[in-house]
Design a protein around this ligand. Structure first.
Ligand SMILES: NC(=O)c1ccc[n+]([C@@H]2O[C@H](COP(=O)([O-])OP(=O)(O)OC[C@H]3O[C@@H](n4cnc5c(N)ncnc54)[C@H](O)[C@@H]3O)[C@@H](O)[C@H]2O)c1
Length: 321
C-alpha cells in the first residue's frame, strides 16, 4: 500500500493538546515532509511537543480555528488534516456561544480552508457524547443522537458539516467518536480534569478520593496512543464519509476504576461519595467492531497497563516542578 504520510504535508488542529500531540508523535514515525501544529494554546502546551520538535519536521502555527485567514495561510500546500481543536464538554456547558463559535464555526472554517487548499482527506474528532444517554450497550454507530448537551450538539453538527463538504466538494473524511480517552499529557492541573486525575490528585494529598454518585456509573477508557493509531489507520485507508467509535472494549465502573488506582498507587484510602452532576451520562460502553473491520483498529493497551503509564508520567511531571 502507498504510504500516504511519507513526504506529505500534514496539518493538525489542536496538535499541542492531549490527543493531537500523540497524533503528531505517531505521524513522525512515518517521516512526513512537515507537520504543522495549528493551535491557539488555550489548553495546548509546547511541552507536549517536546519530543516531536526534535525531529525537525514539526512547525508550530499559533492560530485560531475561528480565524479563516489564519487557517488559509497555514493550510497552503497541505495534503492531509487532522482536526482535534475543540472546547471541552464542561466548558461548552458554561459558555454555549463559545462552543458554537469554536466547535461548529471553527470546524466549518477548517473544512472550507481544506477545500480551498485541495486537501485530500480530513480526519476529525467527534465524540461518543453524540449518543447522550445510551439506550443500548455496547453502543454502536447506529445508536440515535440522544444527546441533550451543547458539547454533543456541536459534535453532531460537526459530523453533518463534514458530510456536507464531502457531498458538495468531495472532501474525503473520517470522523471518530472517541469514548473516554486517557493517557500521559492528560490535564491534571486545571478545572476541567478527568476522573482519573481527580482520584490521583486526592490520593497524592492523602485525602479521600471523591466518587460522584454511588460509584456504579461507567466509563469506556481508551488509551491515547490507541486513539492516535486509529487516526493514522483512517488516513491510510481509502475509507471516506464514515464515522467510527474508538473504544477501549471494556466497561469500567468508577468504583472499579478507583480500586485499580488504589492498588497501583499502594493506597488504602477510602472514598467519599458526593451527589453526581445529573447532566452527565451514567454509562459509557462503545462497540468498535466497525473500526476493527473497516480500518483494522484494535486497542493494544490494557487498562492496568495504561493507568500505570499515567501514574508514572504524572509523577515525573510533578518531580519537574
Ligand atoms: N479526551 C477525550 O476523552 C475526548 C473524548 C471524545 C472526544 N474528544 C475530542 O477530541 C479532540 C481532542 O481532545 P483533547 O482531549 O486532546 O483536548 P485538548 O483540550 O487537550 O486539545 C484541544 C486542543 O485544541 C486547542 N484549541 C482549542 N480551541 C482552539 C481554537 N479556537 N483554535 C485553535 N486551537 C484550539 C487547545 O489549545 C488544545 O491544544 C477534541 O475535539 C475533543 O472534543 C476528546
Amino acid at each position: 500500500m502507498e504510504n500516504k504520510i511519507k513526504n506529505s504535508k500534514i496539518l493538525v488542529t489542536g496538535g499541542a493538546g492531549f490527543i493531537g500531540s500523540h497524533i503528531v508523535d505517531e505521524l513522525i514515525k512515518e517521516e512526513p515532509q512537515e507537520i504543522i501544529v495549528f493551535d491557539n494554546f488555550l489548553r495546548g502546551k509546547k511541552e507536549n511537543l517536546k519530543n516531536a520538535l526534535t525531529s525537525g519536521r514539526v512547525k508550530i502555527f499559533e492560530g485560531d480555528i475561528k480565524n479563516p485567514s489564519q487557517l488559509k495561510e497555514a493550510m497552503q500546500g497541505v495534503d492531509y488534516v487532522f482536526h482535534e481543536a475543540a472546547l471541552w464538554l464542561l466548558e461548552c456547558e458554561e459558555k454555549p456561544r463559545d462552543a458554537i463559535e469554536t466547535n461548529i464555526i471553527g470546524t466549518f472554517n477548517v473544512c472550507e480552508a481544506a477545500v480551498n487548499a485541495k486537501v485530500k482527506k480530513i480526519i476529525a474528532a467527534s465524540s461518543s457524547s453524540v449518543y447522550g444517554d445510551g439506550i443500548y450497550f455496547p453502543t454502536d454507530e447506529n445508536h440515535p443522537f440522544n444527546n441533550n448537551l451543547f458539547y454533543g450538539a456541536t459534535k453532531v453538527a460537526d459530523e453533518q458539516i463534514l458530510r456536507a463538504f464531502w457531498k458538495k466538494y468531495g472532501l474525503d473524511f473520517v470522523a471518530f467518536r472517541y469514548l473516554n480517552v486517557y493517557g500521559p499529557r492528560m490535564d491534571f492541573r486545571s478545572v476541567y480534569i478527568m476522573v482519573i486525575m481527580n482520584f490521583l490528585n486526592k490520593i497524592d494529598k492523602g485525602e479521600a478520593p471523591v466518587i460522584f454518585g454511588d460509584g456504579s456509573a461507567t466509563l469506556d477508557l481508551v488509551y491515547v496512543t490507541d486513539v492516535a493509531k486509529a487516526n493514522i489507520l483512517a488516513l491510510k485507508s481509502d475509507v471516506t464519509n464514515e464515522v467510527f467509535n474508538v473504544s477501549g472494549g471494556r466497561e469500567t465502573s468508577l468504583k472499579e476504576l478507583l480500586n485499580i488506582i488504589l492498588k497501583l498507587t499502594g493506597s488504602n484510602l477510602q472514598p467519599v461519595y458526593q451527589p453526581r452532576d445529573k447532566k452527565l451520562v451514567t454509562r459509557r460502553f462503545g462497540y468498535s467492531e466497525k473500526a476493527q473491520k473497516m480500518l483494522g483498529f484494535e486497542p493494544e493497551i490494557s487498562l492496568e497497563e495504561g493507568l500505570k503509564k499515567v501514574i508514572n508520567w504524572r509523577k515525573e511531571e510533578l518531580n519537574k516542578n
